[in-house]
Write a protein that binds this ligand. Structure first.
Ligand SMILES: O=C(O)[C@H]1O[C@H](OP(=O)(O)OP(=O)(O)OC[C@H]2O[C@@H](n3ccc(=O)[nH]c3=O)[C@H](O)[C@@H]2O)[C@H](O)[C@@H](O)[C@@H]1O
Length: 439
């Protein structure tokens, strides 16, 4: 009796288990067909394998389980939608992979020029105001290659990020987007204070702003130098000599500036900048350097700078008429940017504290200069004499005896060599700005 009861229980149990299993399978199938009917792909169970089989023009879905195979008829619209979703997902993956690649290229595996190793005693922390500008960015390159820590501060009025972008992400490099008319707090050993618009059209664009940058901005930088005990170099200009009555101009000449003319915002502001430097030097024992920079040219000059070098080269490259202001017998002496950078560094590293002219004494009239550029660019270019510029200095040539004696510096790059490099640079810039592909 006992045994037959046990057997009955066993049979009952077996039937129950089998029944439940069959019910579960039926329920699963029901859910599947409902999910397909509901036309909602989010309900598709994860273990479904989609196989697009054409069976008498009907498409079917299958379980991925190899033991149990169901062919469930499905609406072709669902398959089309699934295919669309799959394509969309693949496109998104491709896009994300490309983004990841560019991110890695830009940040992680970026190649920098080889930078010299400096130990903690020789490595300097250097601030360059206007470091994204034409001269500033070449100075950045030189100091970075020497292995120093360089911080650039620029308001990007005439400076451009692309001038220094090759250093972005380097551990020795930092860039601050700020106008130096607002005080700046950084810990540095040396300051190269170059920030200011420099070409006549740029500095005349907003005269009051040019004055503020060279006065308030300079006070801020001198204050910073005082606070942190840094040495500071102020980028002054040959324009402090105005339209000179002494030729060539030596540092002992006090100049001939019209204090109320259109150039005064720059000339007089730079003169006040120098005055501020020596007031701080006398009263605050600040270690100052003053460079009087003469006409400088080279790659990274602004295309719309309006200066004679960029204007003439661009006009020649575009086969436009070369515009000579006035009679063209005014003179200038042009130095290549790498010579200037060497001079600035030599001055900073010297013990000489009075102003020093940095320029190339080779003097040309503007007409001669136009002819030189025409012959280097090649082709036939018309030349036109246009209205003279107000207060345009008529003669300019640096006396560089001081720089030779105290800095052991003189320019090395010939006009021919420097202009060829500059023309190469502008050839690419002109193509780019005219919408041509640059290879
Ligand atoms: O480097 C210097 O010593 C100072 O002088 C230059 O000012 P400037 O000499 O007037 O420079 P440019 O604008 O290049 O003019 C040079 C001469 O070429 C003439 N010029 C300029 C442009 C042009 O299209 N045609 C032309 O004949 C000007 O009238 C001027 O006589 C710079 O612009 C200043 O930043 C700098 O401080």
């Amino acid at each position: 009796m006992r045994n037959s009861t046990r057997t009955k229980f066993l049979i009952f149990g077996l039937v129950f288990v089998l029944g439940s299993a069959l019910f579960l399978i039926w329920e699963d199938k029901l859910k599947l067909s409902q999910s397909l009917k509901s036309d909602d792909d989010h309900l598709l169970p994860g273990n479904l394998k989609v196989s697009f089989e054409n069976n008498q023009n009907k498409k079917s879905l299958k379980y991925s389980d190899p033991d149990i195979g169901y062919d469930v008829p499905v609406d072709p619209a669902v398959i089309t939608r699934l295919q669309g979703d799959l394509n969309f997902a693949n496109e998104r993956i491709k896009l994300l992979e490309e983004k990841l690649k560019s991110f890695e290229g830009g940040r992680i595996s970026k190649k920098y020029p080889d930078v010299k190793f400096q130990n903690y005693r020789t490595k300097k922390r250097i601030l360059i105001t206007g470091g994204a500008g034409f001269v500033g960015s070449h100075l950045v390159d030189k100091l970075m290659l020497m292995g120093h820590e360089v911080t650039v501060v620029d308001n990007f009025f005439t400076g451009r990020k692309e001038n220094v972008e090759h250093w972005f992400g380097h551990p020795n490099f930092e860039i601050i987007h700020q106008d130096i008319v607002t005080p700046l707090f950084v810990e540095v050993d040396e300051i190269y204070h170059l920030a200011s618009p420099a070409s006549p059209p740029h500095y005349m664009f907003n005269p009051v702003k040019t004055i503020k940058t060279n006065t308030i901005g300079t006070i801020n930088m001198l204050g910073l130098a005082k606070r942190v005990g840094a040495k500071i170099l102020f980028a002054s200009t040959s324009e402090v000599y105005g339209d000179p009555e002494v030729h060539p101009q030596s540092e002992t000449y006090w100049g001939h500036v019209n204090p109320i003319g259109p150039r005064a915002c720059y000339d007089e502001a730079k003169r006040v900048g120098e005055t501020l430097c020596y007031a701080y030097a006398r009263h605050e024992k600040l270690n100052v350097r003053v460079a009087r920079i003469f006409n400088t040219y080279g790659p990274r000059m602004h295309m719309n700078d309006g200066r004679v070098v960029s204007n003439f080269i661009i006009q020649a490259l575009r086969n436009e008429t070369i515009t000579v202001y006035g009679l063209g017998n005014q003179t200038r002496s042009f130095q290549y940017v790498s010579d200037l950078v060497d001079g600035l560094m030599a001055l900073m590293n010297s013990n000489y504290t009075l102003p020093v002219n940095l320029g190339n004494p080779l003097e040309h009239t503007i007409l001669e200069f136009a002819t030189i550029i025409k012959s280097l660019v090649g082709g036939e270019h018309a030349m036109k004499l246009t209205k003279a510029v107000e207060d345009d200095p008529q003669r300019r040539k640096p006396d560089i005896k001081r720089a030779k004696k105290y800095l052991d510096w003189e320019p090395k790059v010939s006009l021919n060599e420097g202009l060829k490099k500059t023309i190469e640079y502008f050839t690419i810039e002109v193509k780019r700005s005219d919408g041509h592909k640059v290879t």
